[in-house]
Design a protein around this ligand. Sequence first.
Ligand code: NOJ
Length: 790
Amino acid sequence: MNLGIKPNRWIFGLLICCTLASSLTRAQNQAATEEPPFRGLPVRNDLATLSIERRVEDLLKQMTLEEKVGQLVQYSIGTPTGPGTGRSGYEEMIAGGQVGSLFNLENATAANRYQHIAMERSRLHIPLLFGLDVIHGYRTIFPVPLAMASTWDPPVVERAAHLAAEEATAAGVRWTFSPMVDIARDARWGRMIEGAGEDPFLGSEMARAYVRGYQGRRLDAPDSMASCAKHYVGYGAAEGGRDYNTAEISEHTLREFYLPPFYAALDEDGASVMSSFNALNGVPATANPFTLKQILRKEWQFQGLVTSDWTAVVELMAHGIANDGATAATKAFTAGVDMDMESNLYHTYLADMVKSGKVTEAQLDEGVRHVLRVKIALGLFEHPYTDETRKRTGPLDKENLELARIAAERSFVLLKNGNGKTIPPVLPLKKGQIVALIGPLADDAQNMLGSWAGRGQRDDVLTLKTALTEAIGAAKVKYAQGGQIRNSTDKEIADAVAAAKKANVAILALGEDAAQMSAEAGSRAHLDLPGRQEELLEKVVATGTPVVLVLFSGRPLTLSWAFERVSAALAAWFPGVQAGPALYRVLYGEAAPSGRLVVSWPRTVGQLPLYYNALSTGRPAGNTDLSHPPQNGIEKYVSRYVDELNSPQFPFGYGLSYTTFEYATPEVSATRISAKALNEYLRKRSPDQKRDVIVSVKVTNTGKNSADETVQLYVGLTGMSVAEPVKALKAFQRVALAPGDTKKVTFELEPEAFAIWGQRNEWGVEPGKATIWVSSNSSGQGGVSLEIGE
Ligand code: NOJ
């Protein structure tokens, strides 16, 4: 992203360098012999350019205490008396300079109306910043974020995010509360649907793609909007997978797993961050100086804006760290939360806190700086209004729909297609077959829009039933709804069974309710099919008609029985407006399934949290799954369940195709690398010091259909000062392969691929052994070893 003011960047860089240099000299004097621990390089965030800074300081000088506080206040206009605010009368507040940001506005006309008040009636004419949760599209609704990540296709994600920005900015929205970059290891947690799954590397790539897409090449372009990386931090580690619950995360795990996607978003120039609801190691994340001040501001030198989540400031009282609103406001603000979303506490107390000296004026100014910077960078002072004649969305554009369809096609993960023995593959289907289309989600437009559908409309959606009927003709489709998601009558089930009996194949469209059973406040303790859907499935399977299970969900569902019995299973997530055409094309082989899982798929809830990049333990169960119950002491006293396998139903990175791929043994450019050389590069990132390790592998399409393969590279490190994951994703590439084609896929592994957060609480490469696997998912065997010398 380019703010269009890059030439000044070096001047600001120089200022930082001078400050850094003087603090460095001090540190050197203190400990002449020992180098201070290396916490990583600051993010390359471009917000505080010299020209922006001048304008910020100029404004600050003119602002009263109340006007400064006003910049830190944010309200949802859609809910004038929503939880926590107790406020109305926004117009007068805006005129008085008491509001910095509004969100949830309906359209450009509404935005402009409020902006006119800010620009014309407030003393300093500081524009409002309008926000909205544009999560997976604004009007053209894309697959839910978990599905978008399952594409393993950052360019598609970037294009989708940019399209969302084009549509949202036409409605006055210049700030989206996205991307959600929380690492999620527990499928009970409903908000898994909103992120990119369990892996920090993939999560970081996705975070970068979203930020690039939303913010465009220039943040001040009329069709760019500021991103907001959320929820900072540890929200996905909620104990028991219960939303809003406490998280306990060691610093090592925080640094290696939970923080990297945030770093990536901000390194990509992400303009803002949202603090999370959870307590992290006993300190609520919305009043946590370690994560907000030490890491975000000091180590990363982030220059943008931190907002709280919805009423998270007042919730500090419920957390138990404040007994009154004034203390809650003071704790959140002094810990580093610049803007109060909906709590109405900064508005009420912050000025008094400054007057009484509990908050210093310098602290207040710093918070205001962060807000003004983003507003200036967005060009809001020059162009506060939205052009209401700008092309609106709807009917949705052809190219937009095509992108939505491609994204959906690439997000579907083929979990099963026959079993290589007793059950033959049924996919792709043939057009001549009679199809029984069964299930509550076969024709459910609302649920196809997913959990956070911006201004998406159900009438924009093409369902599977619509697309299938159009493509193969009504005469070949025997449709039976089979009941609702949460309930079915005996008759509905009987009708479905009757339809299946008359068909060559049955497609069962089953799953969850997107908004009610996943997303925020959508945690589940049971991960099976709701209502009587499992019974419906069993009865249809019993007819003997081959069953294709199309699963709609915001998370993996534990359906071991189904995965054994059905002929084919496809994880479709919630695919957006083009659900039907995309599903039709994949089911009928017009597009090859190419999605890959971004979360380990559990067999049962008892395995959670479950993630592939786990540590080994001192008593690993090994790769072979052991008998149940254990047969002897050797089988028993290892890290395992006596009544379930350790392995997931489907591993991270997994997904089938309509073809097969073969991998040759990877070639690695070195057998030994030097920790010292890699560390030098990590500290300076100077191109001369770069020490890439080149890994290449030949991949062949050994089947009969063209398809994309996602080639995945994993690294495992042993002999370090701390235990590291058995393997961790460090690179991936999607490659298109025609039948019989072989391609050499090459990865240039940067030193970061071997760096860890070690025992000295610093980043670095340590001597030891690296094993590299290149495979089609995280369960690949073999691996090539590399020595990491001193
Ligand atoms: C609460 C959610 O946690 C957050 O993700 C969202 O952005 C805000 N509400 C604003 O709607």
